[in-house]
Design a protein around this ligand. Structure first.
Ligand SMILES: [Zn+2]
Ligand SMILES: [Zn+2]
Length: 642
């Protein structure tokens, strides 16, 4: 008998050689029907593979990321099988699962291939899926593997086998198709109920430009047709919400090749929005005891030698700026921390002064290859909502809790309500990889875990994911389309205080090193605004949106009254415009809807006589009449961050 430990900690006994499917069956038939694969002692296995010794087993279904990726990787095999049937003599490269779906790189020889061929392939895949072909695993010797693919004439597989160790090579066969693969796979193709090929692109074999360009076919599959339909709807919605498209339509930002790739230009409306975000956070930070600082956009080479950034990134970053006479070298600032360390050092600190919290909306520059740039999410110059907290080791937990409060306040104000905290700890098996004493690590890790628990955060702990210089907590946020973004990082750092020889005088009158915490609730303003645009589809929270209302006079006759309304409404807390174009009211309303202006105030004869406005809400329609004072009060109440 062997002992199987399940994720809930329960231990069950089974015959030696039991597989994950049988374990599932012993729990419930429903579960067994849904098991795609299993995690056995941390490795993903076929659910049919015999387990020969005591092990921890997690059964994987569609609801597990590893279950999904097994499903999608298996779908790549199904795609290959369909291709081999439809286009004999196709040669195959690799076919992995990706974040959503899978691809296969194939060589069609001289055959032309385009997305027009997708339908035929999808139909073939579904036809094969219906026959529930079992994925069969077979261990093969290296010489047998080589001879199989030599006979088949597939040089790509031969190239892959060359690098594999004899005795560790496996083939998988489903139906008429055999592939070189480590596995694992789902039990049979019948699980695949919906298929969509999504894209075709060129890809060099092994990513090497000097080698042959293969055809990469992307696809996605689901266990239910309804899930595929939903996925395709989400893709459509994502296209509509693309921040590059909305940024242009809403006149928030632009790019100019003449200015330089990856260097955003904020337009007036975008700048105003960004300023509101900055003010919002500054206010919250002031309350939380932060001090605002300003540091230059460049720093001397020696600063980055001290911080270690020069050694690590110097060669790959923007190159130095040299002074013509003195031979000094400066670098564009890639991060604000080294500058802030020098501010900390500008005077002696006592234990009573700590924590010192230095905040800066610091613009930094990082070289990214032009092909990597993407709207506001990957840029070469961006502004971090940065702060560095210098504290005593015993203050780490309290500081973490305060930063968590701040991040949650930001999320709430901006409508992000689906998030988890990911806590990254060091690998206890490999302590030499990390700097800082065991005692401090234990203290900081416990502080983070406890802070997250005390704040009631849904948390996942990732052991071994900490940076070499300290543990951290990241907020992983799901947007309205279910996509995950990393926003808000809190990072402990033992490295920079050491390198900059930061000190404070303790109550024992001795010198001690402070702990440094880096934190940025938004991350960068650029990336955050991009995520926010896509999350809210350009319908920003009312307090943040560029124009909260627009006044729409029905004709020229009501312009004077309209201007009067605008004057009495426009003040420091609310803002709006008046549309004085010589257009029909229907057109004005349509345009205001397009611009996603939350409230439209329509003004005609009756409104002017009664001193009222007719209120229309974006996407909702008529809200009835209000006096100017009533609307003012109504709006002020609406913009409050509740
Ligand atoms: Zn495979
Ligand atoms: Zn930092």
């Amino acid at each position: 008998m062997i002992k199987i430990t399940l994720p809930d900690g329960s231990v069950r006994e089974y015959e030696k050689g039991t597989n994950a499917y049988q374990i599932a069956l012993s729990i419930s038939e429903g579960l067994a029907r849904n098991v795609l694969a299993a995690e056995v002692d941390g490795e993903i296995w076929d659910s049919s593979r015999p387990i020969e010794k005591d092990a921890s087993v997690k059964l994987l279904t569609w609801n597990d990321d590893n279950g999904k990726s097994t499903f999608w990787h298996s779908s790549a095999h199904l795609l290959a099988e369909a291709l081999e049937i439809l286009y004999p003599r196709t040669k195959f490269g690799i076919g992995p699962a990706i974040e959503t779906g899978f691809y296969y790189d194939v060589d069609f020889g001289d055959r032309e291939f385009s997305s027009d061929d997708f339908k035929k392939i999808e139909d073939k895949m579904l036809e094969l899926a219906k026959t529930k072909e079992v994925f069969e695993r077979k261990a093969v010797s290296k010489s047998d593997a080589l001879s199989y693919f030599t006979d088949k004439g597939d040089e790509y597989k031969l190239d892959l086998i060359k690098d594999l160790e004899d005795g560790k090579i496996t083939f998988y066969t489903q139906g008429s198709f055999t592939d070189l693969c480590r596995g694992p796979h789902i039990p049979h193709t019948g699980f695949i109920k919906a298929v969509k090929l999504t894209n075709v692109a060129g890809a060099y074999w092994r990513g090497d430009e000097s080698r042959k360009q293969l055809t990469r076919i992307y696809g996605v599959t689901y266990p239910k047709q309804s899930e595929l339909t939903e996925y395709l709807q989400r893709i459509e919605e994502a296209k509509k919400r693309d921040h590059r498209k909305l940024g242009k339509e809403l006149e928030l930002f632009t790019f100019s090749e003449r200015v330089g790739l990856g260097l955003p230009l904020w337009l007036p409306k975008g700048t105003a929005l960004r300023e509101r975000l900055v003010n919002f956070l500054q206010k919250a930070q002031q309350k939380a005891g932060y001090d605002q600082v300003i540091t230059p956009h460049i720093g001397h080479k020696n600063l980055y030698i001290t911080s270690g950034h020069y050694d690590k990134y110097g060669a790959d970053s923007f190159q130095p700026i040299r002074t013509p006479q003195e031979g000094e070298e400066f670098f564009l600032k890639p991060m604000n921390c080294p500058h802030h360390c020098e501010i900390y050092k500008s005077k002696p600190r006592s234990y009573k002064d700590l924590p010192v919290r230095l905040a800066e909306f610091g613009t930094v520059y990082r070289y990214e290859q032009s092909g990597e740039l993407h709207g506001l999410t990957r840029v070469r110059g961006f502004t971090q909502d940065d702060a560095h907290l210098f504290c005593r080791p015993d203050q780490v937990k309290e500081e973490f809790k305060k930063v968590i409060d701040l991040v949650l306040y930001v999320f709430k104000a901006l409508g992000f309500d689906d998030y988890i905290a990911q806590v990254s700890l060091r690998d206890p098996e490999n302590k030499t990889k990390y700097i800082g004493s065991d005692e401090n690590w234990a203290l900081a890790e416990a502080a983070i875990v406890e802070a997250a628990a005390e704040k009631g955060l849904p948390t996942v702990v990732e052991t071994g994911e900490a940076a070499f210089y300290g543990p951290k907590l990241d907020f992983m946020v799901k947007d309205a389309l279910g996509r995950k973004w990393q926003l808000g990082t809190i990072q402990v750092d033992y490295n920079l205080p050491e390198r900059f020889e930061l000190e404070y005088t303790g109550s024992d009158n001795q010198k001690h090193r402070p702990v440094m915490i880096h934190r940025a609730p938004f991350g960068s303003l650029e990336r955050f605004v991009a995520v926010l645009i896509e999350h809210c589809g350009g319908n920003f929270p009312l307090w943040l949106t560029p124009e909260q209302f627009t006044i729409l006079p029905i004709s020229e006759k009501f312009e004077e009254y309209g201007k009067k309304v605008l004057d009495s409404l426009n003040n420091s807390d609310i803002r709006g415009l008046i549309d004085l174009r010589d257009e029909k009211i229907g057109r004005k309303i349509r345009d205001a809807e397009m611009k996603k202006i939350p409230y439209m105030l329509i003004i005609g004869e009756k409104e002017m006589q009664d001193g009222m406005v007719s209120v229309r809400k974006h996407g909702e329609g008529d809200k009835g009449s209000m006096t100017i004072e009533e609307f003012n009060e109504f709006l002020l109440n609406e913009i409050k961050i509740k």
